[in-house]
Ligand binder design. Sequence first.
Ligand SMILES: [Zn+2]
Length: 320
Amino acid sequence: MTNPGFCILPKPPAASLYWKAVRGIVTKRDALRSVRTPGVLQEYKNGRGIIGALAATAWRPRDRTYEVLCYRDPSRWGTARSLDPDSVKEMDRRFPSTFNNYDYDCNRVVIAPHSPCPVLFGIRGDDATLLPAAMRTVRGELPASWLVFETNQGTDDHVLPSARLEPRTTVGVERRVSGMPRSIRGGHVIVDMGGLPAAAYEPSKGFRNTIRALRPGDRVRVVGSIRDSPRTLNIEKLLVLALADDVRKQANPLCPTCGKRAKSTGKMGAFRCARCRRLFPRSLAVVENVSRLLAPGWYEPPVGSRRHLSKPLKRLVRAS
Ligand SMILES: [Zn+2]
């Protein structure tokens, strides 16, 4: 938080301010205009923090999570944090109502920031009453103090219900996969979804294998943010609705007259017998069904590369 701000208001702004801010962009002017009663508004530096502060007061939760934030003794600020990774895994197992604690794909602790800020770590979860006990399971540097916050993390509040592909918004859309996934420089994987290229970037690690396993004709629901240029959807989550057959050519058609395998002509995938010149359409090739590596269902990137607002599948499953 480089430009903090806070507000104290007797009456919160309209809820629409929260939804605009979490799903799009709100100017400072518009945020200030939403204040309906006199109160205390305090800005620091460029003052943009006041937008988030006002939007937070406008929040009427439909879904909510909690986070216990614990703070370091000031004498430790700026020094390396020492937390026992095994105790974080233990906490993750013992408190299933918490989420995004440990990245098992990359073997790293996700609860602690890497900045020189005063926060030691934060544990997110669905049950506020269990968070202090979860916190005490973590071994290492002792927190100087702690506080439980009500938050919109892991709620998917940022996902627009409409399928309009506006840049810098996050949408959930149903699409048909229309091309083979391809890897590009930097280790990113791109797959075309009916004219919209969808991307899984390198930091999403093993999630890229899910995207690589998609085949043309698969039907998916994809949640992701729209990048303007080049117009791309950055995949946050993927629901495989239906899998297409993945067929692979095993052999060219057999010419019934000559008993020879026809050769490919290169034109529209047609084949021609080298001896009698007879043509065979592509549909006569001998194909086999390749077993699919994916099953219908939800897929998400590993903990470390998730956005804070993105609802983890753990919560999605719990809710249904
Ligand atoms: Zn022939």
